[in-house]
Design a protein. Structure first.
Length: 432
């Protein structure tokens, strides 16, 4: 080590996590995860620093000419931390677990969007798990059969880290909640998890991949006020969005500004959505009126701040491949007069007779609550519609989202793979 290196007991990274849930493993739950995001297995592919698809657990892959059959060749040297080889059967088992209706996986909508053969019938319970179009040809060869061509399939596989089939069959899928039964073939493995306090990960000493850990410990610390934790020296890194007050503090502190790094992150877009199968949002004129009644630029200027966000007129953030931004403004831009006419044409002139609304949020930060308040104010000011805010706990919100029972809500979406189809999939009937 360099002469000025910290002692080993000081070589750790402390990070914040806000949500606390039922399981620490990605394959069990995504939206109700605990202890911070954790994948004990490596996805078949990953992204490099240029957002290009790169090998993960699979060394290589190839497709049929029609792009409907994809074959992934798993690195033959990979092994779980207990010494058991990583096999294609681990991935088959995990994909069947994703689709299992008894699991009721909260990320099933994502994996279903790839159109794997028989996914819908398996996920609904109409066909057995073994009918799913994911097959192990041999211990290191995994094949996906799709109903439609998907050229982005390798990038899609940056999610999909496997459970260890042998461990899940012996201890159940929650085996990674307990350090005594947790195993991994990633650089990290669980050392300790105390719910609502912290989760601690240490280097997997049996890891033989390319991404060797260079610190001794990673501690995910629970807390709702992550910016305060950072200022107090309780965590070593923090990411936005911050509350308006915290954002102002950051922008007016030269020392804090010097510590800041700016990144598009996952090209996250916040959006409003409706239950358009039921009144009043079954009328497209009502939805169009809402879109034109909100001054996005004012929300950015006076609530979010230009250093923390930009107005969006489509779901693809500027800079994301194939994003169209300015051209959509003529359709989605602020126009209070047109919004009022659309609402009147729908039978709600000046908001008369329009039902009171609740805008549902997903356990959001103070900044996103402030954005929701601004949206409610815009709808009242420009359409005379009353909106209350309900910042729900994450589990309840996600249950409503997956059951499609939310009438009017705000949520954000960041990319899972680098293709426009990822964002656009949320608009499918069976999308998120």
């Amino acid at each position: 080590m360099p002469g000025d290196a910290a002692s080993l007991d000081q070589q750790y990274l402390r990070r914040n996590y806000r949500a606390e849930g039922e399981a620490i493993e990605f394959a069990v739950s995504v939206y109700n995860s605990a202890g911070g995001s954790y994948q004990s297995g490596m996805s078949l592919a990953m992204l490099d620093t240029d957002l290009k698809t790169a090998p993960g657990a699979a060394d290589s892959w190839e497709s049929s000419s029609d792009l409907k059959t994809w074959t992934f060749n798993i690195n033959p040297d990979l092994a779980w931390s207990d010494g058991t080889p990583v096999t294609a059967d681990d991935y088959v088992y995990t994909w069947q677990y994703y689709a299992d209706p008894e699991h009721a996986y909260d990320f099933a909508w994502y994996f279903g969007s790839l159109d794997v053969v028989n996914w819908g019938d398996v996920n609904s319970g109409d066909k057995p798990l073994t009918a799913l179009g994911v097959e192990a040809i041999d211990s290191k060869t995994l094949v996906f059969e799709l109903d439609a061509p998907a050229p982005y399939t390798p990038g899609f596989m940056m999610y999909g880290s496997p459970l260890a089939k042998h461990q899940a069959e012996e201890f159940g899928p929650y085996y990674n909640n307990d350090p005594a039964t947790a195993i991994s073939f990633t650089p990290w493995i669980l050392e300790e998890w105390i719910p609502n306090q912290h989760a601690v990960f240490v280097p997997n000493m049996n890891y033989n991949g390319r991404l060797k850990p260079f610190i001794e410990k990673m501690r995910n610390v629970f807390g709702e006020r992550r910016f305060d934790q950072y200022l107090a020296g309780e965590i070593d890194t923090v990411s936005g969005p911050f509350s308006p007050a915290d954002q102002e503090k950051l922008m007016n502190d030269e020392e804090l500004l010097a510590q800041r790094g700016v990144s598009p992150g996952d090209f996250r877009t916040h959006y409003l959505f409706f239950d358009f199968q039921s009144a009043p949002f079954d009328d497209v004129r009502v939805r169009q009126a809402f879109a034109k009644a909100i001054d996005r630029e004012a929300v950015i200027d006076f609530v979010v701040g230009n250093s923390a966000g930009v107005p969006s007129y489509g779901i693809l953030m500027a800079g994301f491949p194939d994003a169209v931004t300015d051209d959509l403004k003529k359709y989605q831009g602020f126009d209070a007069d047109t919004a009022q006419k659309l609402l009147a044409d729908a039978g709600f002139a000046n908001g008369d007779g329009f039902p009171k609304l609740e805008l549902a949020l997903r356990q959001e930060t103070p900044l996103r609550q402030a954005v929701a308040d601004a949206v409610a104010s815009e709808l009242k000011r420009n359409l005379n519609i009353d909106v209350t805010i309900n910042n729900m706990d994450r589990k309840t919100y996600m249950a409503g989202l997956n059951e499609q029972s939310l009438q009017f809500a705000m949520v954000s979406y960041g990319f899972d793979y680098v293709d426009a189809s990822n964002f656009l999939s949320v608009f499918k009937t069976d999308g998120r």
